[in-house]
Structures are given as C-alpha cells and as structure tokens.
Ligand binder design. Structure first.
Ligand code: ARG
Length: 460
C-alpha cells in the first residue's frame, strides 16, 4: 500500500470495493508509464536520481508496460488504482529504487496528467472517424443530386428540397463538431504534473521541459487549480453530448423515413435486426441504438458536472468519478461512428417514393414568389395564395389541377405562365442563392465542404 505508514488497520472489503479504481483506470497504463518515464528524466535533470538509476527505472517501467501490452500483468489485491499497481510492480522488478520515482509527485497531479494524455490520444482517434462520416455524407450527396424530396418543418410537408441538401445539412453540424474538438484540445493539452498534491514542486522541477517532452502545449499556472481542474473532461463530455444529439437527430430522420408509411429509404440488412415473433419485421435497430445512447452520453455530462458542483478546493476523491464517464463516452462514440457511417454508405434511397410524396401544396410558397415577381407585396401574396389553396381543397383538386380562372378569381395577376411555377424541379432550382437547395448551389456547397475537410485534416 502506498500510504499505509500512519494506519493501524486495513480497509474493509466493502471499503476496498468502493475505493478501488484499478478495474477501470487500468486502461491508463500506457499513458501513466509514458508520464512516469518523462517524470523520471525530469528528476534526473535536477539531480534527484542518478543516471544509472534513471536507466533502471526506465527499463523497469518498460517491462511493466510490456506486461500490460501482452496481457500478462498480474494485479494484486492491494493494487487500488493503476498508479499503485505500476509502482508496486516496479518495486518488485527493481527494488527500493522504485520508491524514488514518486519524489515531489502526488497521485493528484499524476492522475489528471494521465487522463489528459489519454483524452488527447482518444480525441485524435475520434477525429478521423467523424471525418469518415462527413466524407460519406458528401459522397452520398454527390451521388443523389437528382433526387427531390419533400422538406419538412414540424414534420409537416413544407417545400421541396434535394435529398442531397438534407444529407449535407448534417455535414455542417459535424463540421462544427470537428472545430469544437480542435478548440478543446488546446485546453486539454495543459500539463498538471509538478503541482504535487496541491502546493507545487519543492525541488525546482523544469515543468516546461516536461510539458514539451509529453507533448503538452502549456503548463498549468496554479498547482491548486491543476489538481482540481476537470474542466477539460467536462468540455469533452459537452462536446460529445452535442455530437451525440446530432447523431440522434440523423438517426431519427432515417428511422421515420425508413418506416413503411414513408418508405423513402431502406436501411441495409447489415444494420437492421428482425423480430423474434413477427417474421416480416426488419427494424432499424442500429439507428435506434444510436438514438438511445444519447441518454447515457448526456447523463455522463450532467453526472460529472454534479460531481464537481459542491467540491471544496483542490483534490477530493470525488474526482475519481471523472474516468468512467469519460471512458464510457469515448467507447460509445467509437462504437457508433463506424455504424452510422456504414448506414449512410449502404442506405438505399427510394427516389420514386420521394417523388410520389411531392404534393403540389409544397409549391404554395412558389406561388407567393410568383405574385411577388408580378409586384404584389409578399404579405399580401401569402394571403391570396392561401385563398387559392383553400379553393383547391374545397374542389378536391391539386394546385396543378385547379383551373386558371379560379386563380384569376382570387387575384388578377395570375396568368397562364403560372404552369411554369408549378414544377418541383423549377422550385428547387430557383433556390440558387448560396446555401439554398438548388443543384448549382449544392455543388458549390459540396465543393466548400470538400475544401474544408482537406484543411481540417491537414492543419493539426
Ligand atoms: N485513483 C485516484 C483517482 O482516480 C487517483 C488519485 C488518488 N489520490 C489520492 N490522494 N487518493 O482520482
């Protein structure tokens, strides 16, 4: 035990179970060892350990790492956390010299250094997975440029849009997620090590050199802040929660459109499941699971915030709660991102069903715009077209079936060029201002998206 000196009795079994974090923080082994090797070098630079000792400590730590890598590391009952386990094993390998490694260091600055390093690696690993999803959206959008569908607000038919436009609407949400991830990284990459338990290092450790060696871009300015700061974990969880909301929205759209009633898309069998009772069923389980994970991801964010809320200054053991939340969110995203990417890649788009769903009422706004072009102020044209829609409904006909005389009875500006407006292709093509749903605007949008992807993936 690392702290047994002043104790007369041992913790109870129940206390151990509550206290021990090794079962989940063992995944920090590689970063813990990396940080310890760098710390040992920093101690050697200020003469606290000799060159020969440094070699022994480093070799010992590498052996411990090899044991973890190979799955042969044997945990002992007293290994309460990963730091304890590694130090205990190091002592078995190199003897009492292992005890010099912790000079000036506390698990308080050690654990948060490890978590930051680990998180930086995982953020790096999540980035290309998200980029893969973005690229898949772009490719699908490029391949679907001729497909028109009803666009919805309030889940009620609104205006015709390109299916590609919908796909790209998610690209931009994920692009902002990429930006946010990059911005968070600068605050994760701050070195706490050298803060000690809370008061700082008493032996003149060169923290700047240590930061550079470990790939941190700055040194925590205040040792009391350094051991208590979990803002970076909260920021990561908040980032993930928002990304998760985007994934959930995407999943929800597809679930609705894959329903029998819509039939706009078909989810590949590889991402669906059947029913144990009803032989005909093919359910979009992949998407439901992704939508369902949103609860746990948001839950981890609120959970950690609540853990932090009433803490007194500096390190408190409550902070041990940071890890399971962070790990679970990382794991969840690694599970989901390849699946949603696969769903999009293999998605069958039923263009014919989308075309059938194009109701003339979706063109009502185009009729308003028609009157506007004839000089009628928009607010009035909105009213007149409302009257037209009402007449068509009363007569049980569509806007295209309603005779011109009926239009003219509502407003004299309606003329026989009206038919050119009552056209879905034209409606879509008319929205060619930047950001609109016209094919030309969409090609420009896709091009910008591609450029951005090249930029975000190169400047790292
Ligand atoms: N397992 C602990 C954690 O995750 C390590 C730090 C323990 N520090 C302490 N003073 N007991 O936070």
């Amino acid at each position: 035990m690392l702290w047994g000196g002043r104790f007369e009795s041992l913790p109870t079994e129940a206390m151990r179970r509550l206290n021990d974090s090794f079962a989940f923080d063992r995944r920090l082994y590689a970063t813990d060892i990396e940080a310890s090797i760098a710390y040992a070098r920093a101690l050697a630079r200020i003469g606290l350990i000799a060159c020969e000792e440094l070699l022994q400590i480093t070799a010992g730590l590498e052996q411990v790492r090899a044991e973890f890598d190979a799955g042969t590391f044997r945990a002992q009952p007293d290994d309460e956390d990963i730091h304890t386990a590694i130090e205990r094993r190091l002592a078995e390998l190199i003897g009492p010299l292992a005890g010099k490694l912790h000079t000036g260091r506390s698990r308080n600055d050690q654990v948060t250094t490890d978590l930051r390093l680990y998180l930086l690696d995982e953020m790096d690993a999540l980035k290309p997975r998200l980029a893969e999803l973005q690229l898949t959206l772009i490719e699908k959008a490029e391949a679907s440029l001729d497909i028109i569908m009803p666009g919805y607000t309030h889940l009620q038919p609104a205006q015709p849009v390109l299916f590609s436009h919908w796909l790209m609407s998610y690209f931009w949400k994920f692009q902002r997620d990429q930006q946010r991830l990059a911005q968070i990284a600068s605050r994760v990459a701050v070195l706490p090590l050298g803060a000690g338990a809370l008061a700082g290092h008493p032996f003149g450790l060169d923290r700047r050199a240590l930061a550079v060696e470990l790939g941190f871009s700055a040194v925590a300015e205040n040792s009391m802040d350094a051991v208590s700061d979990r803002d970076y974990a909260v920021e990561f969880l908040a980032w993930a929660a928002l990304l998760q909301v985007h994934l959930s929205n995407l999943a929800e759209d597809l679930i609705v459109w894959a329903s029998h009633e819509f039939g706009f898309v078909e989810i590949a069998e590889a991402y669906s499941s059947g029913s144990s009772l009803m032989p005909q069923k093919k359910n979009p389980d992949s998407l439901e699971l992704i939508r369902g994970k949103t609860g746990r991801v948001i839950g981890h964010l609120t959970g950690l915030l609540i853990t932090l809320k009433a803490l007194p200054s500096t390190y408190n053991k409550d902070l041990q709660e940071d890890k399971e939340a962070t790990f679970d969110v990382i794991d969840t995203l690694h599970l989901e991102l390849p699946v949603i990417t696969g769903v999009i890649r293999t998605l069958k788009v039923n263009a014919a069903r989308m075309a059938e769903a194009l109701d003339d009422a979706l063109l009502a706004t185009d009729l308003c715009d028609y009157l506007v072009r004839k000089g009628v102020p928009f607010r009035q044209s909105h009213y007149w077209v409302g009257q037209v829609v009402r007449r068509a409904a009363q007569q049980g006909v569509s806007l295209r079936e309603l005779p011109l005389v009926e239009y003219q009875a509502v407003h004299p500006a309606f003329a026989d060029d009206l038919t050119t407006v009552l056209d879905f292709q034209r409606s879509v093509a008319a929205r060619d201002t930047e950001g609109g749903t016209a094919p030309s605007a969409l090609r420009a949008q896709i091009e910008r998206a591609r450029e951005l992807m090249i930029q975000t993936n190169s400047n790292h």
